[in-house]
Design a protein around this ligand. Sequence first.
Ligand SMILES: C[S@@+](CC[C@H](N)C(=O)[O-])C[C@H]1O[C@@H](n2cnc3c(N)ncnc32)[C@H](O)[C@@H]1O
Length: 214
Amino acid sequence: MKFNIITIFPEIFDSYFNESIIKRAQDKKKIKINIHNLRDYTKDKHRSVDDKPYGGGPGMVMMVEPIYKAIKKIKKGKAKVILFSPKGKTFDQKMANRYSKLDNLIMVCGRYEGVDERVKKFVDEEVSIGDYVLTGGEIPAMIVVDAVTRLIPGVIAIESLKEESFSLEKELKHAKYEYPQYTRPENFNNLKVPKVLLSGNHKKIKQWRLDKRI
Ligand SMILES: C[S@@+](CC[C@H](N)C(=O)[O-])C[C@H]1O[C@@H](n2cnc3c(N)ncnc32)[C@H](O)[C@@H]1O
C-alpha cells in the first residue's frame, strides 16, 4: 500500500517513520511512504502556499491551487484522497480497517487557519483525529499511517491483532478493549499479578481474559 502525504513540513516525518513497526513494514515492502513538499507545486519565487482570508480575519489560509496541482500530479490510477480537518469525520478503527484495503491513500495536511474551502472539491473525505485543534495535519497523518499499517497483512502477527482493543472480531463485539496485561515481577510493592495468570490453566486464563474484556 502507498501513503502519499502532502505537507509544507516534510522533515517532520523522518524520525517517526524510521523506527519500529513502520520502518519494518517499509523494509518488508508492505508499505511505501512518499512525502511531497507542497512548495514544489507553487509558481512564485517565494514558493507561497498561503494568503490572507477573503472577508478579513486573523491568520492565513492555504491556497487551493498548489494543493490541487499536488493532488493531480500524485493521483495516478485508483487512489483515495483525504483532507485533515477538525471538522471531518472522526478517525476510528473501522476507518483504519477500510483504509488498509486501499492501494493508495493521499493525505493533505493543512496548516495556519486551514485550507481554502474549494480544496474539498478535490478530496474524497475530510478526516479529524479528535475534537481538538492541532497546529497542522502532520500528526494526524502519522496517526493514520500508524493505525492503518498495523492492519496490513504481514506487518503484525494476526494473533496480536485479533485480541487488540477495538478488534473487529464478531465474537468480541461487546468487548471493546483488550484484557489487562502483566509481566515480571510477580509482586511489585505488594501489587500482585492475578493468580489465574500464574496457574498455567489456559482454559481459565482465556475465560478470565474474556471476562475482563467484557
Ligand atoms: C490550526 S488548524 C486549523 C483549524 C481551523 N481554523 C478550525 O478552527 O477548524 C490547521 C490544520 O491542522 C489540521 N488539524 C488540526 N486539528 C485537527 C484535527 N483534530 N484532526 C485533523 N486535522 C487537524 C488540519 O489540517 C487544519 O487545516
